[in-house]
Design a protein around this ligand. Sequence first.
Ligand code: ATP
Ligand code: MG
Length: 307
Amino acid sequence: NCPSRRAVESGELASVVKEKKLDNSKIQYLEHTSIPIKENGSITSILEIVTDITERKRMEKLALRAEKLSATGEMSAVIAHEIRNSLTSLKLIMQFLGDSTKIPEKETNSIKIAMESVYEMEGIVTELLNFARPRAPKFIMRDIKQILRESNSLVRYQIEQRQIQHDEKLSPGIPECLVDPDHLKAAFVNILLNSIDAISDNGKIIVSANLVTLSEPVLDFFSEQQINVKLNEGQTVIQISFEDNGCGIPDTDMDHIFDPFFTTKTSGTGLGLPMTKRVINEHGGVITVESNDGDGSIFKVFIPYRE
Ligand SMILES: Nc1ncnc2c1ncn2[C@@H]1O[C@H](COP(=O)(O)OP(=O)(O)OP(=O)(O)O)[C@@H](O)[C@H]1O
Ligand SMILES: [Mg+2]
């Protein structure tokens, strides 16, 4: 597959892209082009051009990903909408049957179970629709500590049931900040629920929040590598971290956890983290994750301080 040989043999331009593994396990893409130079119809020399196209490859991947994301979103919305309409009629019919006095006792129990499934499906469909057509954020001045406390209390039941130790370390020095409280709460609750799901026994979740001045830039998490510097050194941010001692995230999953519909759970939808990331990004913030497989995870959220 040598382009020089092909150029000599065919008399035409030939090129090939080669992948080279670098020490830091990243891949460098090199495009090797050979152009035959002719004099009086015969080849006298070959011009060889080697270009590093790693950056172009990366941009292509990003564009493809963005396209895939928006296609996924649109498709979800259409499907969710159709299913919701059908569910509504199903629900009405079952409500009618459930209220009927002609149906024997033991059948009404089956109807109740079927009804619960319908509610569950409605929940999934609503989650899908919210993901595909989220409402625009409304920013107001709020205390992030308060939003964190409310998020924690929304998952208190699961935490108590699973006897998970739960520590809150919220620095009193955090001032109010411009945020969308409902969006942020949904994002925080998903991170917490993921931690709860990841824990088997002797569970521990530590939530902390601090106002910090960044001593180095923080890069947004994006599959395969951390790119797109979002927050710069010297910037004041509210840093929130969620640390658990659950099962951790295998390296092979790391690239995918923010992809829509990626889930390792039997009853998961895989929309929690993509939604979470979108909410954090709409606040101009960044989410990062660190995990040692089998040894817990830390999700860090950085929200730029805005007043
Ligand atoms: N704290 C964590 N510890 C271990 N794995 C995690 C953690 N958080 C996320 N994951 C992994 O990332 C995957 C994607 O998470 P995400 O919240 O997007 O979807 P989900 O929790 O599976 O489903 P959903 O949130 O839609 O109900 C999870 O299935 C799990 O494998
Ligand atoms: Mg989740």
